[in-house]
Design a binder for this molecule. Structure first.
Ligand code: UD1
Ligand code: UDP
Length: 443
């Protein structure tokens, strides 16, 4: 019996982060893939180029939702995805990230009582004005299983009341993508020649597309003035269509185009983008994925946001938040210029994983399938009344693993707090010690 899996994706970062998983699924005879493109991104250099660069199979279906208001995109996609699920009858539906495509996929699936798997689950910026934050939370509610990239993301889900047994901390597939792209980019990309980039000035890569930044004229104006003043650097700015459209409307596009120290390009394919990124002094960005990639590539990241759903990048020391404060931005660039180790992060373990996240996900899906746990009717996860209470551990002669504690005491541990009161994810093999507090979920 093969597992019929529908993967729904629609934007640039989703193609990039799903590519390693899709490739494994295509090669694995236990899976039968239905690849669905929502059409949220439709320009060649935001969509087709990534299928070529990442060697992805053609989607079986393209919904072609196109652009529009959030209500339009989500409403149209929910209706179309419902039809597709009913027609193609997948066992499971999977999406990655936090776009309108992902929200619509999870909602349509949930309403049909089918099994939705969410990749990159549980990350939170705690900024509900950010459209993606609402998408993440609602998708979390609609998902049956959550593949969280980090322990912190897993904890966010636990604090929202998500059942621990439905959460798997697996890392982020972005590490798989970056590691698989390195060699290809070196051999295939000719972007330095194409853009006539001279290496005599340090390169600073820019990407901007968040509505909170680029939908506000004043923000873009001061940003352009700031980079104009930094004439000892070579800026390279692949412009997202949303940003370009706004710059034209704000009558600022020509101003940017005329700057001598800036090369403006259309959005780049992954191999070309990677080639410039890996050789840059630093990156200025409001992108989510680029914060992660900067950490992996050891390229300092100046994040033009006031918050981030990737706080691991701040803790690791590979990124700094400057918002739209242009003085801070300049000061960070000079710190990077004068100190070659600044914002390169720790050399310890990468918080986003080891490049084997896709393999882990495949393994978990197979195990769930073999135990018949992908079937909503069979799973108890959706209909349990939680009976929660907090206890303090005492009288242990020696530390005991979570799994052994659960078996011995016939309880389920939802969360645990260590002696300092810090919340920890109750991995099966985590050791429990005296004075730990356990939030039990016994039903
Ligand atoms: C979307 C996601 C965002 C993600 C980003 C990745 C949501 C709410 N937003 O933002 O989370 O970080 O993708 O890049 O899902 N446009 C084109 N060509 C295209 C696509 C869009 O010109 O192929 C233009 C349209 O004018 C559109 C605007 O870009 O109005 C914004 O597109 P949209 O898909 O709404 O959001 P993004 O800003 O791309
Ligand atoms: N990217 C790219 N070409 C570009 C700009 C970005 O290939 O011109 C890649 C980048 O390496 C990262 C992803 O696109 O993997 C990030 O996409 P984006 O910033 O649009 O979305 P976000 O991650 O913010 O959701």
């Amino acid at each position: 019996m093969s597992i019929r899996i529908a993967i729904i994706a629609g934007t640039r970062p989703e193609f990039i982060k799903l590519a390693p998983l899709i490739k494994l699924i295509v090669e694995d005879r236990q899976f039968n893939l239905i690849l669905i493109h929502s059409g949220q991104h439709y320009d060649r250099n935001l969509s087709l180029k990534f299928f070529e660069d990442l060697d992805l199979p053609n989607p079986a279906i393209n919904i072609e939702v196109g652009s529009g208001t959030h209500a339009y995109q989500i409403g149209f996609l929910v209706q179309e995805i419902e039809k597709i699920i009913l027609e193609t009858e997948p066992d499971i539906i999977l999406s990655q990230g936090d776009t309108n495509t992902v929200l619509a996929s999870s909602l349509a699936t949930r309403k049909l009582n089918k099994c939705f798997l969410h990749l990159e689950a549980g990350i939170r910026s705690f900024d509900k004005k950010m459209p993606e934050e609402v998408n993440r939370i609602v998708t979390g509610i609609c998902s049956m299983y959550h593949f969280a990239p980090t322990e912190r993301a897993g904890l966010n889900l636990l604090f929202e009341g998500v059942d621990r047994e439905s959460i798997f901390i697996v890392g982020n597939t972005i590490v798989d993508s970056v590691l698989q792209t390195r060699e290809l980019s070196e051999t295939k990309s000719k972007i330095f020649k194409k853009l006539n980039i001279k290496n005599n000035l340090p390169i600073i890569l820019i990407t901007l597309h968040r509505p909170a930044n680029v939908d506000i004229r004043e923000n873009v104006k001061k940003f352009i003035e700031t980079i104009k003043s930094l004439n000892n650097f070579q800026f390279i700015f692949p412009i997202h269509p949303r940003t370009k459209k706004n710059l034209i409307n704000f009558k600022l596009y020509n101003k940017l185009e005329n700057l001598e120290n800036v090369i403006i390009t259309e959005p780049l394919g992954y191999l070309d983008f990677y080639s410039i990124f890996s050789k840059s002094l630093c990156v200025l960005t409001d992108s989510g994925g680029i914060q992660e990639e900067a950490l992996i590539l050891r390229v300092p990241c100046i994040t033009l946001r006031n918050n981030t759903e990737r706080p691991e990048t701040l803790e690791y020391g590979s990124s700094v938040l400057v918002g739209m404060d242009m003085n801070k931005l300049k000061s960070e660039i000079f710190k990077i210029k004068t100190n070659s180790e600044y914002l390169k992060g720790k050399s310890t373990k990468n918080p986003f994983g080891d490049g084997k996240t896709s393999e882990r996900i495949i393994q978990i899906i197979k195990e769930l399938y073999n135990k018949n746990l992908l079937n909503l009717d069979q799973s108890k996860l959706w209909s349990r009344i939680p009976n929660r209470n907090l206890i303090e551990v005492e009288h242990l002669k020696e530390p005991i693993t979570v799994i052994n504690y659960e078996i011995a005491n016939r309880v389920k541990i939802q969360m645990l707090f260590n002696v300092k009161g810090a919340p920890c994810f109750p991995y099966d093999h985590k050791l429990i010690r005296n004075q730990y507090k356990l939030l039990l979920n016994s039903n």
